[in-house]
Design a protein around this ligand. Structure first.
Ligand SMILES: Cc1cc2nc3c(=O)[nH]c(=O)nc-3n(C[C@H](O)[C@H](O)[C@H](O)COP(=O)(O)OP(=O)(O)OC[C@H]3O[C@@H](n4cnc5c(N)ncnc54)[C@H](O)[C@@H]3O)c2cc1C
Length: 308
């Protein structure tokens, strides 16, 4: 086959991408990792990780991300800060397009993860003015204030508990009658005096002159709407995949998550996906890093089987 710039291009520098980088660097593959923002991915905005093995007392998300990055760098992984804008497939040759250049490669691992879902009730105008997706980044700005948090899964509950280090009061708005979060987190939330859960409810609007002053909460069963005087609104209602750059070259589900098989192979030979970007049933660090290791093994096998 024609020469390519790389054996493997990894897209995304979160846990999946960095793990793929670690495995590929150790396999001495000709590899580059492109990350459009800060390496570490969603992990670096997570306050505290206590379900990733190897850290008996837990570890801050930022520190875990930094350790993964340093491990990859120490093994010689080439990491470039670049936004991947599209991929073209010409048989066995894949072209990865960046803002100012294009590179060719035999294989691609898409590990571009996901971004927080928005409520779409007009919160965009209050971004950085009370609305946040990151307790670690913005929690200290809400010292002794009242805030609303939205969601009922692990992230919403864990990050809400973290916020109570700063805030005077936190209303956790959940659209169902019980939380989805792991039992241990539920127990901690119920015991926390600063957290009040408002069940069967959604945030229906927010207002304020220059920043959030008031959050509207609607009961989905009764339709009753009430105002909560709050200076912040933290949103943790799930994630959407970062797959806009993939276009329609791969099979994806209705939400834009990439379909793979157990070998992390996508619908296009030579393109693999790992971590939160794929249709995995559990979107966690431990699953993302496992996917990535398998994806590199599959990429190596794919290259070995290419015709000379
Ligand atoms: C607040 C919060 C708390 C969490 N707590 C936990 C926890 O306690 N335990 C746990 O196991 N999991 C937790 N998670 C989930 C965990 O962080 C994710 O499952 C994990 O980060 C997924 O890793 P990933 O590499 O697949 O994707 P991501 O971490 O999303 O990384 C993807 C990377 O790809 C980059 N990227 C995207 N598009 C492009 C592009 N076009 N070009 C180049 N780069 C691109 C992004 O900038 C990002 O850095 C938490 C998540 C959040 C948000």
């Amino acid at each position: 086959m024609r020469q390519t710039d790389y054996d493997l291009v990894i897209i995304g520098g979160g846990p999946a991408g960095l793990t793929a980088g670690i495995y590929a660097a150790r396999a001495r593959m000709n590899v580059v990792l492109y990350e459009k923002a800060a390496p570490g991915g969603q992990v670096i905005v997570s306050d505290w990780i206590e379900n990733y093995p190897g850290f008996p007392d837990g570890i801050s998300g930022y520190e875990l991300g930094e350790k993964m990055l340093n491990q990859a760098k120490n093994l010689g992984l080439n990491i470039e800060i670049e936004d991947v804008t599209s991929i073209q497939v010409d048989g066995e040759i894949k072209t990865v397009n960046l803002a100012k250049k294009s590179v060719t490669t035999k294989t691609v691992i898409i590990a571009s993860g996901a971004s927080p879902k928005k409520l779409n009730i007009g919160e965009s105008q209050f971004m950085g003015k009370g609305v946040s997706f990151c307790a670690t980044c913005d929690g200290p700005f809400f010292r002794d204030k009242t805030v609303v948090a939205v969601g009922g899964g692990d992230t919403a509950v864990q990050e809400s508990i973290f916020l109570t280090k700063f805030v005077k009061k936190l209303y956790l708005i959940h659209r169902r009658g019980e939380l989805r979060a792991t039992k241990i987190l539920q127990e901690r939330a119920h015991k926390n005096d600063k957290i009040e859960i408002i069940w069967d409810s959604v945030v229906s609007g927010m207002d304020g002159l220059f920043a959030v002053e008031n959050v509207k909460v609607k009961n989905v069963k009764t339709g009753e709407e009430k105002d909560i005087k709050a200076q912040g609104c933290f949103i943790w209602i799930g994630i959407t995949p970062n797959t806009a750059f993939v276009g329609d070259i791969l099979n994806m589900d209705d939400g834009g998550f990439i379909y793979t098989n157990g070998n992390m192979e996508t619908s296009v030979p030579g393109i693999f996906a790992a971590g939160d970007v794929r249709t995995t049933p559990l979107k966690q660090i431990v699953t993302a890093v496992g996917d990535a290791a398998i994806a590199v093994m599959s990429a190596e096998h794919y290259i070995e089987n290419l015709q000379d």
